[in-house]
Design a protein around this ligand. Structure first.
Ligand code: PGA
Length: 249
C-alpha cells in the first residue's frame, strides 16, 4: 500500500512575511496528520526561513527547480548542493519550466540525475498540453517524457511522479478522476516495463491540475492516484490543510 503524499507547489509566490504567516498557521492545522506525507515546495528565497519555521514538524520542504551543474559560471542558477542545505525535495520538469524556459526532456533528465546524485528526492512532472490531447497523442507524449526523463537511471526509489495535464493547471478544469486514473495506470505500466514490478508498485504517482478541497477525495479514491501536487489551493494554509486532511472529508 502506498502512503498518500500531498505536495504544495508555490511557484513564484510569497514574500518572506507571507511565508512565515503561512508556516505558523499551517503547522498547527496539520500537526495531527500522521498517515499522509506532506511537502511544501517554495521559491529559493524562502528555503532558509521555511527550514527554521518548520523544524521538528511533519512537513517536508522542497525547492521549485534545480540546475544540473554543481557550481560555476551559471549566473542566476542554483545547484542541488546548495539546495541540500535546506530541503529534501525538488520539483523537476514542471510544465511551466518546459513552456517558459525551454526545458526539454534531456534537460529534465540531467536535472533529475544531478538531484539524485546529491540525495535530493525528486518530484518529476509530466503531462500533455490540450493540443496534444485533442490530437489523441496523450500517451505518446507522456510516455516519451517518462522514458527520456528517466533515461539512464537504474533505481527510481527516490522519485515521485506528478502527472499534470497542462490544460488542467491553474484553469479550474480538473481532469475527471477517470481520466486521471487512466493516465496513472498507463504510467505505472510503463514504470513496470522500465524498472520492474516492485519499483512500479512502490512509486507514488501524484495528480496535479486544479486540485482543490472539494475534489481531492474523489481523485484519491482511484487506485493509482497516490496524492496531489497542488498549486493555487496550496497558497492558503486553511485550504491546503483541507486537501492534506482529505480522509476526514
Ligand atoms: P494548480 O497548479 O493546482 O494551480 O492547477 C498545479 C501545478 O502546477 O503544480
Amino acid at each position: 500500500m502506498r502512503r498518500p503524499f500531498i505536495a504544495a507547489n508555490w511557484k513564484m509566490n510569497k514574500t518572506l512575511n507571507e511565508a512565515k504567516n503561512f508556516a505558523n498557521e499551517f503547522k498547527e492545522l496539520v500537526k495531527d496528520v500522521s498517515d499522509t506525507d506532506i511537502l511544501v515546495c517554495v521559491p529559493y528565497t524562502l528555503l532558509c526561513s521555511m527550514k527554521n519555521e518548520l523544524k521538528g514538524t511533519n512537513i517536508n520542504i522542497g525547492a521549485e527547480n534545480v540546475f544540473y551543474e554543481d557550481s560555476g559560471a551559471y549566473t542566476g542558477e542554483i545547484s542541488a548542493l546548495m539546495i541540500k542545505d535546506f530541503a529534501e525535495f525538488v520539483i523537476v520538469g514542471h510544465s511551466e519550466r518546459r513552456k517558459y524556459f525551454g526545458e526539454t526532456n534531456d534537460i529534465v533528465n540531467k536535472k533529475i540525475k544531478k538531484a539524485l546524485e546529491h540525495d535530493l528526492k525528486v518530484v518529476f512532472c509530466i503531462g500533455e498540453t490540450l493540443e496534444k490531447r485533442e490530437k489523441g497523442i496523450t500517451k505518446e507524449i507522456v510516455g516519451k517524457q517518462v522514458r527520456e526523463g528517466l533515461s539512464g537511471l537504474e533505481v527510481i526509489s527516490e522519485i515521485t511522479i506528478a502527472y499534470e495535464p497542462v490544460w488542467a493547471i491553474g484553469t479550474g478544469k480538473t481532469a475527471t478522476p477517470e481520466q486521471a486514473q487512466e493516465m496513472h495506470s498507463f504510467i505505472r505500466d510503463l514504470l513496470e516495463e522500465l524498472f520492474g514490478e516492485d519499483a512500479a508498485e512502490k512509486t507514488r504517482i501524484l495528480y496535479g491540475g486544479s486540485v482543490k478541497p472539494h475534489n481531492v477525495k474523489e481523485l484519491m479514491e482511484k487506485q493509482d492516484i497516490d496524492g496531489g501536487l497542488v498549486g493555487g489551493a496550496s497558497l492558503d494554509a486553511e485550504s491546503f490543510s483541507k486537501i492534506v486532511k482529505f480522509k476526514g472529508q
